[in-house]
Design a protein. Structure first.
Ligand code: NAI
Length: 698
């Protein structure tokens, strides 16, 4: 039983005891139901308090039970809440820390609610592709009104209880407690012990929203802000139902919507992302108990695009940074960009002037390596050139204090080789931030064969502090993200060579849910980067085949938005892509030179080739141990590359398609003599899992 029972001064206290967040697992639910029965049977008990032990009231469903029959085992949450609601003696929820999801629904079933100051309240179910399933969509509008409830339920956002308690007309909280919660809750329970009839949220009516079009407007808005997502729309349906149906009918409606959503592909994908994020921080051979190194100060080398963004990540987390450059002008430029970024946030009201000044006060600059010697961690973000990096790491090796972590932000160079420049290779690691580094959530942690385990563990903890989703990658060309993205872009080139237009490929990718198609991404990032990589590859890996279209447009100087032309034309000062006659003529010429007769290519084929090219590479990445699990690959794509979150990432997408189907599609692509037929041989791991009826993600 994950709840305790104790009687104090005529009040039974049921204390939820299921660490870390008192999740409403079967044991906790049973503890509540049994406690209520005991309290109601005991003449000495006049009232009941339900409180959470530890730091929070209740975080909602027990995630350990997710996907298992235990989640719905008796007594389920509906039965538990009904037991609370039907208790003959008053039940007071005493809420502190957090009341989320099922935890808030449980509290809403109680007759009274007292809340500690500073508590956070939320119904976050929408974020995992479902609606609240135990009356939340019906009861919350009854206590907070339609507008507030709709906002909370459709966004899943946490709201401070203090703010809700202060709202005029709110019926969620009976008392806001500043101080010790339990004695206050017991005193409150005693004060209402004899009051009858017992109040119930079920007896409250829901006023229709002031704006008659509120629901239509909410749906339209969510179609834009939570594009293609099903759950937010269904949340609106449920809240609307609350305005039309009595509580029991509304709950039945909500239950039906919940049942449909919980088994949907979107909910599966969002659950995968939820658990994938937690799993990413676990490294199979680095135990949680690994001692961490202290990281209280950081040095960043290079104040360019990446160095500036990386510096901001640490300043934002309250960690002092010393920024090192070669020349004062470079420092001034870099610090100027950081200031401008913060000032833009202040102007938009996203950052207070005080916080801006506090952050800038944590930043110091230097031209001398001696000045950074005492930093606990140093991150290099200088030019992408092995000789330059080698010089930097040689200097770091000479000056840094023993135990300092030496990290490189390289996007393509061999971290093993960088480590070998030093006499302390175990302290060296790759930290591949994504641009803009202060915004993007992904951090690829590149583990060299030399990296010490405590350095891995420390870096994962630091990543959490700076609010990054850290995913571990082994050393290989492109690491996880860019190595797979390369295959995606390569297919894009083949597709236009064979007959698709640039616009068709981008539109099909965007309809699939990517934020931008491959050609628009190329124009944004700069086509010259890939051009340079292909040149290098022609020497290092001459058997990698590319369609010549990519190089052909670069030879015309079409490097992308920064020069006003790339795969598209751009009007001066505008980012709107305009189809380019010159690009089409260039593609026509490649076709003519290669003797390719263009054919009509369906949007379906475009999407499958783009995504499955990544999947095949992803399978190789898993096989080689570059990624330790498929969900890590998916996290890279969800947090760093704009892969649609409701599809769960490329590896889950393949699993949902079914790996035998994936293999069959690849066979079809291999039969196409254009492009790179050999590439479509399924990776051995993919073939093996498909034949065993298994998936990548388990
Ligand atoms: P950048 O050219 O904007 O900045 C490089 C800065 O390093 C310049 O300010 C330069 O003065 C400074 N620098 C060069 N040599 C130095 C030295 N020996 N000592 C001190 N400072 C020195 O380049 P960017 O884009 O910031 O890239 C930096 C690193 O980050 C590269 O390794 C790049 O591959 C990697 N990276 C870049 C991404 C991007 O989107 N730009 C994404 C992820 C990684």
């Amino acid at each position: 039983m994950s709840a305790t029972y104790q009687v104090t001064d005529g009040v039974a206290v049921i204390s939820l005891a299921n660490p870390p967040v008192n999740g409403l697992g079967q044991g906790t639910r049973a503890g509540i139901v049994d406690g209520l029965a005991q309290a109601n049977a005991d003449a000495a008990v006049k009232a009941v308090v339900i409180i959470g032990s530890g730091k929070v009231f209740c975080g909602g469903a027990d995630i350990k039970e997710f996907g298992s029959p235990k989640a719905f085992a008796a007594p389920d949450l509906h039965v538990t809440i009904a037991a609370v609601e039907q208790s003959a003696k008053p039940v007071v929820a005493a809420i502190h820390g957090v009341a989320m999801g099922g935890g808030l629904e449980l509290a809403l079933g109680c007759h009274y609610r007292v809340v500690a100051k500073g508590t956070q309240i939320a119904l976050p179910e929408v974020n995992i592709g479902i609606v609240p399933g135990a009356g939340g969509t019906q009861r919350l509008p009854r206590v907070l009104g339609v507008e507030t409830a709709l906002q909370m339920i459709t966004t899943g956002a946490s709201v401070p209880a203090d703010k809700l308690a202060a709202a005029p007309g709110q019926k969620l909280f009976n008392q806001l407690v500043d101080g010790d919660l339990l004695p206050a809750a017991i005193a409150f329970a005693q004060s209402v012990a004899d009051a009858r009839p017992l109040p119930s949220v079920r007896d409250l009516s829901v006023a229709a929203p002031a704006d008659a079009d509120a629901f239509a407007k909410a749906r339209a808005e969510l179609a834009k802000t939570r594009k293609n997502l099903e759950a937010p729309q269904r949340c609106v349906d449920c809240v609307e139902a609350a305005t039309k149906l009595d509580l029991d009918a509304g709950i039945a409606y909500e239950r039906d919507v919940f049942a449909k959503l919980v088994t949907s592909d979107q909910a599966r994908a969002l659950r995968h992302a939820f658990f994938g994020e937690r799993a990413a921080s676990k490294i199979p051979d680095v135990p949680d108990t690994t001692p961490l190194r202290d990281v209280k100060s950081v040095a960043v080398i290079g104040a360019g695009t990446m160095g500036g963004g990386i510096t901001m990540c640490f300043l934002n987390a309250g960690i002092p940074v010393k920024l090192l450059e070669m020349k004062q002008e470079a420092i001034d430029r870099g610090v100027g960009v950081i200031r401008k970024n913060y000032e833009a946030q202040v102007a938009k009201g996203k950052l207070s002037q005080d916080k801006y000044e506090q952050r800038m006060a944590l930043l110091t600059t230097t031209l001398s390596y001696e000045d950074i010697a005492q930093a606990d961690m140093v991150i290099e973000a200088v030019f992408e050139d092995m000789d330059v990096k080698a010089q930097v790491f040689t200097q770091l090796d000479a000056v840094m204090k023993p135990g300092a972590i030496l990290a490189s932000n390289t996007s393509t160079l061999d971290v093993d080789k960088i480590a070998e420049v030093t006499k302390r290779p175990g302290d060296v690691i790759g930290l591949h931030f994504f641009s803009p580094a202060n915004v993007m959530r992904l951090l690829e942690v590149v583990r060299s064969k030399h990296t010490a385990k405590d350095v891995m563990a420390t870096v994962m903890a630091v990543a959490k502090k700076i609010k990054k989703v850290a995913v571990v990658s082994g050393v290989c060309d492109g690491f996880i993200g860019n190595r797979m993205f390369e295959q995606y872009v390569r297919q894009g080139f083949f597709l236009v060579e064979e007959g698709a237009t640039v616009q068709q490929v981008d539109k099909a990718a965007e309809a699939f849910g990517w934020a931008m198609g491959p050609f628009r991404v190329g124009d944004l990032a700069g086509n010259d980067i890939g051009f340079a990589i292909r040149k290098r590859r022609k020497v290092e890996q001459p058997d990698v085949i590319y369609s010549p279209v990519g190089d052909a447009i670069c030879e015309l100087g079409r490097f992308g938005q920064k020069v006003g032309k790339g795969w598209y034309d751009y009007e001066v000062g505008k980012r709107e892509p305009v189809p380019s006659a010159e690009v089409q003529a260039c593609i026509d010429k490649v076709r003519a030179d290669k003797g390719v007769t263009p054919r009509a290519i369906s949007d379906d084929e475009i999407v499958q080739r783009l995504v499955l090219a990544m999947v095949n590479e992803g399978a190789k990445i898993l096989e080689e141990g570059i990624a330790s699990k498929a969900s890590d690959i998916d996290m890279v794509y969800l947090t760093g590359y704009g892969f649609p979150v409701y599809r769960g990432g490329p590896m889950l997408y393949a699993d949902m398609l079914g790996l035998p189907k994936v293999v069959e599609l690849m066979k079809g692509f291999a039969a196409n003599p254009n492009g790179d037929p050999a590439f479509w041989t399924p990776a051995p791991l993919l073939a093996q899992l498909a034949s065993q009826g298994k998936g990548f993600t388990g």
